[in-house]
Design a protein around this ligand. Structure first.
Ligand code: NDP
Length: 449
């Protein structure tokens, strides 16, 4: 391996010893760009890699709030402002008990490359808290969001840093966060958060965007190999925002989604998933996926007992991991290949372990990497920012058309870059190469900052 590359990877491992997810994300990107470094020896002199792997700023803060029993709870808040190279910091907020600095940094790092691929002027960031929204009352969620924003507000702004949703942060949480920001700032800065409701500045089709975008990308990837979604079976992990709208669009293209999951287990319905029921359970009642059986006793529920998610044992043509990082392991990849999977497209961020990705690629499976395949969410967030700036709204159809064009272009970029750098068909490498080229060029242009 290129000596410069090896040194930077070793340094990242030494400097961030307790951050396995961050190291994993860095290695995946850097190992794809060796040929670019060979072509550009000046990148070493300019310390392009060292600067790319070091966040511009990490903010950590206390989030105290009072629960319904009157007890004081203290959570930890984060905002990793990773890169403002090509636009204001941009990336979601995650509320989940697993949140720590490693997860925030890996997500922020991925976000820089993803945002570069969209072709839109947005930098990379991520934030969140180890707060667990499960089982909390609406009032508790509101009090937590208000306390979180009471610190975060001083670090964000519509031209500075624009957060959005992620795991555990949907329309309800964005509403509470926006209300508190507006109150503190005494100004209506609509573009400071995206994922807002339509009634106060949100974009039509933002809710659907990540899931729909994933299917547009999958459609293009299949098309490039003379395949399509028609009559294919699909399994989708998760049953949150990304999973639900991926399911909706996949069915729209003639596929049959037979399984979905949550962190406790998965349901298998050979007749095709009843999506309105999933929406009712997950979006309205905020319940568990197991409750699907109350209305469809003929379906099967498989509880998650070990490390590996049972959903990947189900025979499928297309697998869409849409829950969380490292949810699709080498064992799961082997099972999918054994069962004849043709494509895996990542709706979640880094859902496949590195070993799983390598195994799938070695066995000729088409892999749509997260930073390309799930970029539709942030791209539509940028379209929401545009609408807020020009004080105008696009119709659902207009936004969906823009999203479709963006995803089609992202796939084309991944394909062309993979071909140019001698790894045709490897869209994981193609995405990393394309994004890195753009960012390195911008870094050179802006001097040593
Ligand atoms: P939601 O909170 O809406 O849904 C998350 C889903 O994943 C739930 O079904 C949840 O199950 C499951 N899940 C979460 N954590 C785990 C875990 N540790 N193990 C197993 N299952 C888990 O989140 P989103 O749909 O918004 O996000 C899903 C993924 O997509 C994340 O990786 C996110 O970073 C990524 N993403 C999201 C975007 C967006 O626009 N929302 C944009 C781009 C990427 P349970 O209810 O049991 O916790």
């Amino acid at each position: 391996m290129n000596e410069y590359l090896t040194r930077v990877i070793n340094d990242v491992e030494k400097k961030n010893p307790n951050e396995p997810e961050f190291i994993q994300a860095v290695k995946e990107v850097l190992c794809s760009v060796e040929k670019i470094l060979d072509k550009h020896p000046e990148y070493k002199e300019k310390a392009i890699l060292e600067r790319m792997v070091e966040p511009e700023r990490i903010i950590t803060f206390r989030v105290p709030w009072v629960n319904d029993k009157g007890e004081v709870i203290v959570n930890r808040g984060f905002r990793v402002q990773f890169s403002s190279l090509i636009g204001p910091y941009k990336g979601g907020l995650r509320f989940h008990p697993s949140v720590n600095q490693s997860i925030m940094k890996f997500l922020g790092f991925e976000q820089i490359f993803k945002n570069a691929l969209t072709g839109l002027p947005i930098g990379g960031a991520k934030g969140g808290s180890d707060f667990d929204p499960k089982g909390k009352s609406d009032n508790e969620i509101m009090r937590f969001c208000q306390s979180f924003m009471t610190e975060l507000y001083r670090h964000i702004g519509q031209d500075v840093d624009v957060p959005a949703g992620d795991i555990g942060v949907g329309g309800r949480e964005i509403g509470y966060l926006f209300g508190q920001y507006k109150r503190i700032r005494n100004a209506y800065e609509g573009g400071v958060l995206t994922g807002k409701a339509i009634s106060y500045g949100g974009s039509l089709a933002r809710t659907e965007a990540t899931g729909y975008g994933l299917i547009f990308y999958t459609r293009e990837m299949l098309k490039a190999h003379d395949k399509s979604l028609i009559n294919k079976t699909v399994t989708i992990s998760g049953s949150g925002n990304v999973a639900i709208y991926a399911c909706e669009k996949a069915v729209g293209y003639g596929a049959k989604v037979v399984a979905m999951s949550d962190s406790n287990g998965c349901i298998y319905d050979e007749n095709g998933i009843d999506l309105p029921l999933i929406k009712q359970i997950k979006e309205v009642e905020r319940g568990r996926i197991k409750e699907y059986l109350n209305k469809h006793p003929e379906a099967k529920y498989i509880e998650k007992t070990g490390e590996d998610s049972p959903i990947w044992e189900i025979k499928t043509d297309i697998a869409l991991p849409c829950a969380t990082q490292n949810e699709l392991t080498l064992n799961s990849a082997k099972k999918l290949v054994e069962n004849g999977v043709i494509a895996v497209a990542e709706g979640a961020n880094m859902p496949c372990t590195q070993e799983a990705t390598d195994y799938l690629l070695e066995h000729g499976v088409l892999v749509g990497p997260a930073k390309a395949a799930n970029a539709g969410g942030v791209a539509t967030s940028a379209i929401e920012m545009t609408q807020n700036s020009i004080r105008y709204y696009y119709s659902f159809e207009e936004v969906e058309k823009k999203l479709d064009n963006i995803m089609t272009n992202i796939f084309k970029t991944c394909k062309e870059n993979a071909e140019e750098y001698g790894c045709a068909g490897n869209y994981v490498a193609g995405a990393n190469i394309a994004a890195f080229k753009k960012l390195a060029e911008a870094m050179c242009a802006q001097g040593i900052v």
